[in-house]
Design a protein around this ligand. Structure first.
Ligand code: M6R
Length: 319
């Protein structure tokens, strides 16, 4: 660490391992329970990082503003699902805060000799805070001349929290299912708030914060689609392979979707940025291929549609 940042490891009320949190209750398995916990996890995470009047708490401590004002570059390092959250954040940080952001797998970063620009923040993401590759990357970065190391983590007592200069907690509670769900959405929310905090213009910052104030209710509403999703899952349950497509920030969301399908269903799944389909992977499309397009109403929608027309012409099944 090259500046005098006080070690701020505030106890931000991370929920302890309560009996209720560790039992699966009426749910068939922990992953389902944890999917349904997302609205409350997001509400808890917002509550921890926003004041009652909707401004951001200085979660990084008294020197937060001075520190963030110095950040000219961010290196995000993580594994698996946490890496995908970092990939999404890159779009937000660069689009809104205009700070160059590089995202890398911890298991690659830890074994190379990175070039560290001046005033660069090293940011790790981890649900557990105990992932060996991410810890190795942090220890490697500590010798590399970063402005500071910041961990976004879900476990207050973890090695990652102990060894980082600065910490932002996700308030997801214990994640018992092996496949990460609620921790991922909590990471995304904290990353979005961090991106907002890095924005200089107060009006833009407030606009970004306002845009996520109802996120818990919105996710709750999405969970009401359960029966529709169930019917779709039944329809495609016999598929042996799937391609997930997305563009912009939805590309890493597609990567996360493919990872979830592999992990939970043992169906071979890969993700591509929609625009990349014409550079080879389109050859894989026939009636045996399920193509899951992550295509919200955003600036990329028309481009995704164009790719899906080609998928459809080759007989691919589109969800
Ligand atoms: O605890 P971490 O977030 O550091 O774990 C990193 C990965 O092992 C993890 O995200 C993994 O990819 C997910 N559990 C998959 O669902």
């Amino acid at each position: 660490m090259t500046i005098a940042v006080a070690l701020v490891k505030q106890n931000q009320g991370n929920r302890s391992m309560t009996t209720a949190a560790a039992e699966k209750g009426a749910f068939r398995h922990y992953m389902l329970k944890e999917i349904y916990e997302q609205p409350s996890v997001l509400a808890d995470t917002l509550h921890a990082h926003l004041t009652a009047d909707g401004t951001l708490v200085d979660s990084l401590g008294a020197q937060e503003k001075a520190l963030l004002a110095r950040v000219e570059c961010i290196h995000i390092v993580a594994c698996g699902t946490s890496y995908h959250a970092g990939q999404v954040a890159r779009y937000w940080i660069e689009a809104h805060a205009r700070i160059p952001c590089h995202v890398e797998l911890a298991n690659e970063y830890a074994y190379r000799n990175p070039v560290v620009p001046a005033n660069c923040l090293f940011l790790t993401l981890s649900q557990s805070g105990e992932t060996a590759d991410t810890l190795a990357a942090l220890r490697h970065a500590q010798q590399a001349g970063y402005l500071a190391t910041l961990a976004i983590c879900n476990v207050l007592e973890s090695s990652l929290v102990r060894e980082s200069d600065l910490v932002l907690m996700t308030h997801a509670g214990p994640e018992i299912g092996i496949a990460s769900t609620k921790a991922f959405t909590a990471q995304l929310l904290v990353l979005y708030l961090l991106a907002a905090q890095l924005v200089e213009a107060a009006a833009t910052r407030q606009k970004l914060i306002r845009s996520v104030r109802d996120i818990a209710d919105e996710v709750g509403a999405a969970l009401q689609l359960d029966a529709v999703i169930h019917a779709q899952a039944d329809k495609f349950a016999s598929q042996q392979q799937a391609l997930f497509l997305g563009r912009g920030p939805m590309y890493p969301i597609a990567m996360e979707g493919a990872l979830k399908l592999k992990e939970t269903s043992y169906i071979h799944a890969e993700a591509y940025a929609g625009g990349e389909m014409r550079h080879g992977p389109m050859a894989l499309i026939d009636e045996n291929m399920l193509v899951v397009a992550v295509a919200p109403h955003d600036a990329w929608l028309e481009r995704v549609k164009a790719v899906l027309q080609e998928v459809s012409a080759r007989g691919g099944q589109i969800l």
